[in-house]
Structures are given as structure tokens and as C-alpha cells.
Design a protein around this ligand. Sequence first.
Ligand code: IMP
Length: 180
Amino acid sequence: MAEVTYNGLTFEPYITRDAIAEQVKRVAAEIRRDIDPGEIPLFLCVLNGAYIFAADLFRECGIQNAEIAFIRFKSYEGTSSTGKINEVMGLDTDIKGRTVIIIEDIVDTGLTADHLRRKLLEQQPKRVAMATLLFKPDSLKAGEAPEYVGFNIPSKFIIGYGLDLDGLARNLPDIYVLKS
Ligand code: IMP
């Protein structure tokens, strides 16, 4: 894998598509194990970044009766969090008494995840859990660690497999890290 450049920034290969697929499989098995028989869980994909992970994870879970819905937040500009969370697209599915699995691409400061969890808990679901492909534990400022994590990574900026730099690079099948 070669380096890639976006907006004048150079990124080097970091996590291969095969390694991603392996962790998606493991996380899916963990989620499946925790779903009670007969339940119809709602997977809640946080757009935009999680859409590729969500598509792979949702299918890999292989739960016969499961729903997926989408919500959109924006907190990043360039390579850092603005600290402000803007909800762009809201949730219109009833979650009372249901298991909700939030699907995130990455948990960085945790502000988005914490905000979303609180909002969902107001609607009295049975359980809210979070699955994230990537988690930067050293950056966490708010809320709890996600229940299901693909990779723990250091606090570096990454792109690919859904993650972007100002809208670009989401279509890279592998993950790249900003060169220091
Ligand atoms: P948080 O609220 O700081 O946890 O950040 C949540 C959102 O910021 C993620 O869902 C991503 O969209 C974005 N984000 C955080 N870290 C990165 C990164 O390294 N690359 C690309 N986007 C990121």
C-alpha cells in the first residue's frame, strides 16, 4: 500500500481491509451473543462516517430480525473536533423497550457518543450499547468507553473506510494515518 495525499496532507497505510474484516467479524459475534432470542434490535448508524462499517457489521451480525436506522451528526472540521455537536438528521423510530446498538466509525473525545446516548436514554430503551470500529481511549473526555470496539488506537488522525478529511477519502478500502 502506498501513501495518499489529500488537501496537501500525507497519510500512510495503517490498517488493511483484511484486518478490518477480521475485527468486524469478531465485533459482530460479540453483539450477536448479547442479543436475547426473539428481540428485534435496532442498529443506529451515525452518519456520515459509520456508513461503511455499519453496512458490513449489520450483515455480519446475521440477526434474522434486526432493523437499521440512521442519524447524522457533525462535530469535526479538518483534522480536529470543534467540540460542538450539530444534529443534522434526527431519529424517527420508536425505541421504547428496545435494544439499540449505536454504530460509530470512531470515538475520539466521546462527545458525540455521550450526547447521543443521553438523548436515546430519554426514550426509555431496554438497552443502549455502542459499537465503534475505532476508539481513541487517550482522547476520551465525556461518557463511557464503547461496549464493542474494533481497534483501540492512539490519538492520531485517520482516514479511509468511511472516515474523511473534509469529505474526502471515505472510499479508501483501507485505513490510513496522518504522517507526523
Ligand atoms: P468525537 O465526538 O470527538 O468522539 O468524534 C466523533 C466524530 O468525529 C467521529 O464520528 C468522526 O466523524 C470524527 N472523527 C474523530 N476522529 C477522527 C479521525 O481520526 N478521522 C476522521 N474523523 C474523525
